[in-house]
Design a protein. Structure first.
Length: 300
């Protein structure tokens, strides 16, 4: 199977690049085709190994995201890779200057830029593709997912793209109760931009990641929870119907028990018995441009 996958990707890699129109500061755009992506990149050279990286990300995402967007297995996603942050900001998609990437589910595309760091580009692509597939699912009912859930899921998939124990997982294992807000407060955020407090924003992303990871322990429960939210249920109603938590406070109690109790079966601390060996990670928060489309869609 591995050899067959490598052969298929190699076949697509062998296809000649084609010039395509694009925005930004350069008129030189080229194209690569893979089984699941049409990749447009600015300049003569695509980021090293990008086709294989993207196909690996797609394979990883498919397990959890295909239940939301089954079209991901049969339809290609367009990926635009600008050659620099400068040309990305100046390009035709008009992203916020502080953003690291865009997911535009209406066009089934993501927009990123190459900063020369392969690991960073991989994380951004995994993050934005998750937004694309998840927001596409909610858009079927003219809704957007709650911000904490949308970002928590994207960070979760970003973290998985890094391997068995990504930095977010390691950071969660050494998180302290004082770093977490009550979930009622966490869930009340409706936008997340750079407010000058890097630690506060980092903690918000970390907690969103943690509670989403907690809810995803059972994939079908998580899917049913998201379906109820997509259909218009309030968070507490969806929590009760699927997880049997009466209130957000009840979820908060269960989440903290899972996260902080070393004795908790299957909890984060028991799973990371050597968590004390990890150094606390101070994140530069991963910012997306999705605030542009993270508004409730008008009902007609």
């Amino acid at each position: 199977m591995a050899r067959l996958f490598a052969f298929v990707v190699a076949l697509f890699l062998a296809l000649p690049a084609q010039a395509v129109p694009g925005g930004g500061t350069s008129s030189s755009w080229n194209q690569k085709i893979s089984p699941h992506f049409t990749i447009y990149y600015e300049g003569n050279w695509a980021p090293s190994g990008i086709v294989l990286e993207l196909e690996k990300i797609h394979s990883m995402l498919k397990l959890d995201m295909s239940m939301f967007s089954p079209w991901m297995t049969t339809e290609k996603v367009n990926i635009y890779i600008y050659s620099s942050q400068k040309s990305y900001v100046a390009g035709e998609f008009h992203p916020p200057q502080w953003s690291g990437g865009l997911a535009i589910y209406q066009k089934r595309c993501i927009v990123v830029y190459d900063n020369g760091d392969r690991a960073s580009l991989r994380s951004v692509c995994a993050h934005e593709l998750t937004h694309l597939f998840f927001e596409s699912y909610f858009s079927e009912n003219r809704r957007m997912p709650p911000l904490w859930l949308n970002e928590g899921l994207a960070v979760n998939m970003e973290d998985r793209s890094a391997g068995a124990h990504g930095q977010w997982t390691q950071a969660l294992a050494v998180a302290t109760p004082a770093r977490l807000k009550p979930l009622k407060q966490q869930f009340s955020a409706v936008s997340m931009t750079d407010n000058g407090n890097t630690q506060e924003v980092s903690d918000w992303y970390l907690e969103s990641f943690g509670v989403t990871k907690f809810l995803m322990q059972n994939r079908m429960q998580f899917k049913n929870f998201c379906k109820l939210l997509r259909d218009g249920a309030a968070v507490e109603q969806a929590l009760w119907n699927v997880y049997r938590y009466h209130t957000v406070d009840d979820l908060d109690t269960a989440f903290r028990e899972w996260l902080f109790s070393k004795e908790s079966s299957g909890g984060m601390k028991s799973a990371f018995s050597n968590a004390q060996s990890f150094n606390a990670i101070t994140f530069t928060p991963f910012k997306t441009g999705n605030e542009i489309i993270l508004r409730p869609m008008a009902h007609h």
